[in-house]
Design a protein around this ligand. Sequence first.
Ligand code: ATP
Length: 333
Amino acid sequence: MAVIEGDGIGPEVISSTVKVINAVKGIYRLPIELEFVEAGLNAYKKYGTNLPKHSQNKLADSNCVLKGPTTSLEGFGTELGVPVKIRKSFNLYANIRPFKPLPRVNNVARLDAIIVRENTEGSYSGFEYMISDQVALGIRLATRSAAEKIFKIAFNMAKNRRKKVTLAHKANVLKATDGLYKEVFLQEAKKYPDVTAEESHIDALAGWLILKPESYDVIVAENLYGDIISDEAAALVGGLGLISSANVGDNYAMFEPVHGSAPDIAGKGIANPIAAIMSFKMMLEWMGYPEAANCVEAAVIKTLNEGKNLTPDLGGTGKTADIENEIILNLSK
Ligand code: ATP
């Protein structure tokens, strides 16, 4: 597996995760080898690109990647961010983000749901043009094949959960693009008679997520909607320091914490590594090691329950290294 440490707090949370990986490898005798890959701001400063050719080659030689947050340059014409490049080159079409209430965490709402976000098209397709210095144009892409793929993932996930999928859309306004997604969703739903298929306008859903969080199980959404409601859902269940994600394609996957590089706390040793560690837990599931994945999750939950040395975002005064040590101590078969 490849590892990208990333920028800002990335190297701090990935360092903790690598220690957890090595501990879990030892307990379960897993045949996992780590290959570190240069990417992000440091690579940009050194090579003039955030993902140089030798890094792309290393990724192509791996079966999946654990990625710390990387800083993307802003401004029209700057190169694509590292995660976008990786998603595009490996066609990682589904972004899966689980949310659940965790112990000792300030859960604003008891949300226990998974957001499946389409990762390759919609408003983030990359078709943006400056027509003049007064006018900018963006094109929104929706394809039947991308829609079918994410709905299949969403319905299959719901089958093993509380058997409900909600499509977030705005087909009343975006009649062609969201209209196509809605049509495909309703068609796909017929293949899963034991799963309830529900649709909701994205703006209404943003409110209902706060008011009736328990009514959601699997939420499936176009790229931009999925991005926005993921941050909302993260805030509802205790903050970005806890939320993991998987970017999945047919043959490759990238696992990353949902949070960014958090420059405000970088270098202070107080970043919460749980989002990165739980991203590794998702990687273990994808690799086919469910027992090891459960072991990681159980250690995180036990650590939160004990409440010792929690990081400031969780109301404690602990350091990244302290909570990492607690989690490693709590790993057991
Ligand atoms: P970027 O530009 O890379 O997205 P950002 O600062 O805009 O960075 P985030 O990095 O997601 O966005 O951070 C948003 C807020 O959440 C910050 O105030 C940060 O301190 C906090 N935060 C994010 N991740 C963590 C973490 N792992 N532990 C503690 N706090 C975090």
